[in-house]
Design a protein around this ligand. Structure first.
Ligand SMILES: O=C[C@H](O)COP(=O)(O)O
Length: 248
């Protein structure tokens, strides 16, 4: 049985006092649920949020990392640095990074390997654009992204992986894939994992849906057979709305 996982991706939002206010509003409520809850914060507040989460079940996530251990990479943050401040999860390959910051399938793969090496759990994002969906290329694109992301990633490492299916056209637009559409693609991702890793592993890997998830549509999405959670953007910035999703 896969444990549901709801992760908030705060993106480039919240300075320290705002971040602490939000986590203080959610952490006690979250202790009442069996859902795994992660807050993926900006780098600048990770340490303070970690301290605020002491003793709570909420896990800490980052939104990106570099694939090298260290070096002259101005502005970048390594997996080891994330580990050092107590990060559990790291989002890798979010479509905004692919779109605005030259993230490629190759860099996603390098980051996944480095995250695992450092004991971080990657949340690996895949998803098609509107144009690709309209050209009936969704499954082709997803296959390319999944196979590339997990190239040379061993069976034993897959237990630490979470995948997020986020159709680019549904992110921040208010448009949601129907729960059936999302489930269909997520079931396809699971079939790709089965081909590569076998059924035991494919049945264990948790796959989230992301794209305009709100408290009002969370139940329907989470009731789908293959959807194990949500990667939530805008709705993770307000405690009441985020808790509404966590308590789907
Ligand atoms: O990482 C989260 C996704 O980009 C979804 O964002 P959204 O919930 O604001 O559509």
């Amino acid at each position: 049985m896969r444990k549901p996982i709801i992760a908030g991706n705060w993106k480039m939002h919240k300075i320290t006092n705002e971040a602490l206010e939000l986590v203080n509003q959610i952490k006690d409520e979250v202790s009442k649920t069996d859902v795994e809850v992660v807050v993926c914060c900006p780098f600048t507040v990770l340490s303070e949020v970690k301290k605020a989460l002491a003793g709570s079940k909420v896990k800490l996530g980052a939104q990106n990392m570099h694939w090298e251990d260290e070096g002259a990479f101005t502005g970048e943050v390594s997996a080891n640095m994330l580990k050092d401040v107590g990060v559990d999860y790291v989002i890798i390959g979010h479509s905004e990074r692919r779109q605005y910051f030259n993230e490629t399938d190759e860099t996603v793969n390098k980051k996944v390997a480095k995250a695992i090496e450092n004991g971080l759990n990657p949340i690996v994002c895949v998803g098609e654009t509107l144009e690709q969906r309209e050209d009936n290329k969704t499954f082709d694109i997803i296959k390319i992204q999944i196979l590339a992301a997990f190239e040379n990633i061993d069976d034993k490492d897959m237990e630490n992986i979470v995948i997020a299916y986020e159709p680019v056209w549904a992110i921040g637009t208010g448009k949601t894939a129907s729960s059936q559409e999302a489930n269909e693609v997520i079931a396809y991702i699971r079939s790709l994992l089965e081909e590569k890793y076998g059924s035991e592993i494919s049945e264990e890997v948790r796959i989230q849906y992301g794209g305009s998830v709100k408290s009002s549509n969370a139940t329907e999405i989470m009731n789908e057979t293959d959807i194990d959670g949500a990667l939530v953007g805008g709705a993770s910035l307000k405690a009441e709305e985020f808790l509404g999703i966590v308590n789907f």
